[in-house]
Design a protein around this ligand. Structure first.
Ligand SMILES: C[S@@+](CC[C@H](N)C(=O)[O-])C[C@H]1O[C@@H](n2cnc3c(N)ncnc32)[C@H](O)[C@@H]1O
Length: 561
């Protein structure tokens, strides 16, 4: 008999309350797909850890009934559900009973349920409650539950992350986990430990990705996680299935995909099969390699107070500070670096327009004018700013040598490389790339041009991270991994690239990065590497898709990553 145990949450159910506990229910076709994969025998013991109004339990009951009808011996399969919200649980049982099915539903916080590793299958669609709404005891219990499996989740984790881990602990060895999860499983940093857990503990990790949204009216993009063989891991690859929508699921075909490391971002798994094949082809044969092969990317100088430490030529003159106590810098910000080259003339123009093209930095004992400027800083407490306080003397900003290339790291479109022909220093508003001595000339001449291709643009979306407002941020360690053309490839196309430079500069000046990429694609990918038009198109489409996905997420104020 279906029954409810231990009531906990009561009362009216408003839209706000539903949102707070992440209650939206799964379309039956999606449940059927997961359940048909997860439940394989009429004897299976099945758990739904957040069963809502029984979408999965009904589907599972039907699956068990079909398997039982086909089996000769009496079957012992059982369905168990857990649900926080009592009214939902009661409703769930009503639905199950009305359809003549049997299940046990416990009303409880799933994280308080002691895991016993007895289930053949755990299926469901856990709540996706963002950390802002997922606080206090609920979150503490969830994190403690994940910790039991050795998975340490940060305070930024949404509720689904702990659900994945805690759900797995209910599986018998060899058991299967079939969950509907937000697509951020693939990308967000806080899910790194969940990704690692899945690949370490399961024999097979299958992901089903959708190109269209599958939950009508719900913004969240989802993936299906179908993980088989609990405690029979590790595995070093995922099986990727791509479908347009739920109706398309039976046609989805699988392929293998190996993440760089289990915990690394799985964004590349979002690429179409064609785009992924082209990316792999370009990297496997060394035509594209990591930016690190050209040189190292590092953070710029940290002043502690840019307003105080940077000066325009007019400011310097007003304070009587001469060149000997100033350092030439690329002024704060990166807008002026969205070109192929940062020239001495461009630097001078910025200074004439009153930008902070100098850094106040007396190399030795300050002159009387510099002393006066230091005193004026102390009068307004500049020396108490954290970065100033921890250095001695507080006004001597630690030097970072002039870089060969600048890399913009906060981008609406794509990270840009710009050659530092002005040979100026830079602050931490851009990264510096220091080329290997033997590659310096080629890199300074060709890398900013050559990196404007669809393969690099696309890869930037997978190595970088989406930031507030849909910006693409790239940290130095991520930049190290960015695939760019090899030196052999760029040198072989040198004259064509140089000829293309004025066209590229014009496209960039008009903000048309993808037009610039078309020119470079033609030179590098088509003429040099012989890629077919369809292969280049696959890269461009994948780039446009990831770009649009990032921007759409940035537009959703609920998302924090
Ligand atoms: C996204 S809904 C999905 C419901 C059902 N699995 C489905 O697919 O239709 C998530 C459910 O989790 C429940 N829930 C939220 N926090 C929970 C918790 N800590 N323990 C158990 N259930 C919880 C919500 O009440 C809601 O019914």
């Amino acid at each position: 008999m279906a029954h409810v145990s231990t009531p906990s949450v009561r009362g009216d159910d408003t839209a706000e309350q539903r949102k707070a506990r992440g209650a939206f229910f799964t379309p039956s076709a999606l449940c059927d797909y997961v359940v048909d994969w997860a439940i394989r025998s009429a004897d299976d013991l099945v758990l739904e850890p957040s069963c809502g109004e029984a979408a999965f339990l009904v589907s599972a009951a039907q699956r068990l009934a079909r398997l039982q009808a086909a089996s000769a011996s009496p079957a012992a399969g059982e369905l168990h559900g857990v649900e926080l919200h009592e009214d939902s649980a009661t409703h769930a049982l009503g639905v199950l009973r009305a359809a003549g099915h049997d299940a046990r539903v416990r009303v409880d916080d799933f994280f308080t349920v002691e895991p016993h590793p007895v289930y053949d299958a755990v299926v469901g669609n856990p709540p996706y409650v963002r950390y802002q709404g997922f606080s206090g005891d609920n979150r503490t219990r969830a994190r403690a539950a994940a910790m039991r499996a050795g998975v340490s989740l940060t305070g930024l984790a949404s509720s689904w992350a702990a659900f994945v881990v805690h759900s797995a602990l209910f599986l018998r060895p060899g058991g299967r986990l079939g969950l509907v999860l937000p697509a951020e499983l693939l990308t967000v940093n806080y899910a790194a430990e969940v990704r690692r857990f899945l690949m370490e503990r399961f024999r097979v990790v299958r992901l089903v990705l959708f190109t269209e949204r599958v939950f009508p009216g719900v913004l969240e993009e989802v993936v299906l996680l179908l993980a088989d063989g609990f405690d029979e891991g590790p595995t070093d690859h995922c099986e990727l299935y791509q479908a347009r929508n739920v109706a398309d699921l039976p046609q989805a075909v699988g392929r293998l995909w190996r993440p760089v490391a289990p915990e690394s971002k799985w964004t590349a798994s979002l690429l179409s099969t064609d785009a992924l094949a082209t990316v792999e082809r370009l990297t496997e044969h060394g035509q594209f390699g990591a930016l690190l092969e050209w040189g190292e990317t590092t953070l710029g100088m940290v002043t502690g107070n840019n307003r105080y430490f940077t000066m325009s030529p007019a400011d310097a003159e007003r304070h009587g500070i001469g060149e000997a106590e100033l350092l030439r810098i690329s002024p704060p910000g990166s807008r002026h670096l969205r070109k192929l080259t940062f020239s001495r003339a461009a630097w001078q123009r910025l200074g004439a327009a009153d930008s902070g093209t100098y850094l106040f930095r007396p190399p030795g004992a300050p002159t009387p004018e510099a002393k006066q400027y230091i005193a004026s800083g102390e009068a307004v407490d500049v020396h108490h700013a954290y970065k100033c306080r921890v250095r001695n003397p507080w006004w001597r900003v630690p030097l970072v040598p002039p870089a060969d290339l600048f890399l913009t790291y906060m981008n609406a479109d794509t990270p840009r490389l710009s050659t530092n022909r002005a040979r100026v220093h830079h602050l931490n508003s851009v990264h510096g790339v220091y080329l290997r001595p033997e590659l310096r000339t080629a890199g300074m001449d060709l890398l900013p041009i050559g990196s404007l291709n669809s393969m690099t643009l696309l890869s930037a979306e997978t190595v970088g991270r989406a930031y507030g407002g849909g910006m693409l941020k790239i940290e130095p360690k991520e930049a190290d991994l960015l695939p760019v053309p090899s030196s052999e490839l760029l040198l072989s196309a040198r004259s064509e690239l140089m000829r293309a430079k004025p066209h590229l500069s014009r496209a960039l000046a008009n903000g048309r990065v993808t037009d610039a990429a078309e020119i470079v694609d033609e030179v590098l990918l088509v003429r040099r590497l012989g890629l077919k038009a369809t292969e280049v198109a696959a890269l461009r489409e994948a780039h446009a898709e990831l770009n649009a996905r990032r921007v759409a997420r940035g537009a959703d104020p609920r998302r924090v990553r």
